[in-house]
Write a protein that binds this ligand. Structure first.
Ligand code: OAD
Length: 237
């Protein structure tokens, strides 16, 4: 098989071996925090300081992590496939920047990015290396107290969906890596790609909620299974 256009969807499992917690595995983030409190618009409106602190903690942890072999392999695939006239779309649900640090040139962050802040009032998005607090003001509109992480919370619409569905429709191969298939719309991408004729494959520690929708599956650690798949694919052309 020699797919020209490859769509890769990644989730927390691709960053797990870099030391970042997943959400739904044993001991994952959603067993320690209530989604309603720290990852919903209602939670933010009730207690913005608590939500900012949750993401400031994520920011501190992210500062010390490095991409693993899966991020590096996907970056390599994107660059090499592009050089051969193909296209690899990397779409991640993760808010970390490990794909970029692993060499990916373009990443769609459908759930936002921890390294950016957004004004809750005017919507202005800015890079934000430091921690967020209620005493900060928006550089665009001047309002103080409304700078929030540029992340998508439950009840909000994921980012860049038009481009995502265009790329899904054009894909010859859809590969899902390290995601449990619980959160829509991302969990529906495999069905969308299938409808448009793509071959589908999952790489995950265990079968996901959508396992029946994948034509192919490789179960194992992302840091081993993803580089092995990438090397095999590159060797076929
Ligand atoms: P989950 O925590 O739901 O799922 C992680 C998946 O990765 C599980 O299926 C694990 O089996 C798998 N996994 C764990 N370690 C792995 C490894 N080393 N190699 C390969 N697979 C591994 O995380 P997501 O599916 O990414 O959204 O969660 C989706 C969304 O739910 C997140 O983006 C976040 C969360 O709520 C928002 O906050 C909006």
């Amino acid at each position: 098989m020699n797919p020209d256009r490859i769509f890769i969807l990644t989730g927390a499992g691709v960053s797990a071996e870099s030391g970042l917690s997943t959400f739904r595995d044993k001991g994952g983030l959603w067993s320690q925090y209530r989604i309603e409190d720290v990852a919903s618009i209602e939670g933010y409106e009730r207690n913005p300081a608590k939500v900012l602190e949750f993401y400031n903690l994520r920011r501190r942890i992210h500062r010390d992590v490095q991409p693993n072999a899966a991020h590096v392999a996907l970056g390599r695939l994107q660059r090499e496939w592009g050089a051969r006239g193909g296209e690899v779309t990397i779409c991640t649900q993760n808010i970390d920047s490990l794909h970029e640090l692993g060499g990916a040139q373009r990443v769609i962050h459908m759930h936002g990015e921890l390294g950016k802040a957004r004004c809750h009032d005017c919507g202005d998005v800015t890079p934000a290396d430091g921690e967020l607090s209620l005493s900060l003001g928006c550089a665009a509109c001047g309002r103080v107290g409304g700078l929030r992480p540029h992340v998508v919370w439950f009840g909000e619409t994921p980012l860049e969906l038009d481009e995502i569905y265009d790329k899904l429709a054009a894909a010859d191969l859809f590969v899902s890596i390290g995601t449990s298939g619980n959160v829509y719309p991302a969990a529906g991408f495999v069905a969308a790609a299938r409808r448009e004729g793509a071959v589908t494959m999952e790489i995950n520690l265990e079968p996901s909620e959508n396992a029946h929708l994948f034509d192919l599956a490789r179960y194992g650690k992302a840091s081993e299974a993803a580089p092995a798949w990438v090397s095999e694919l590159i060797a076929t052309v």
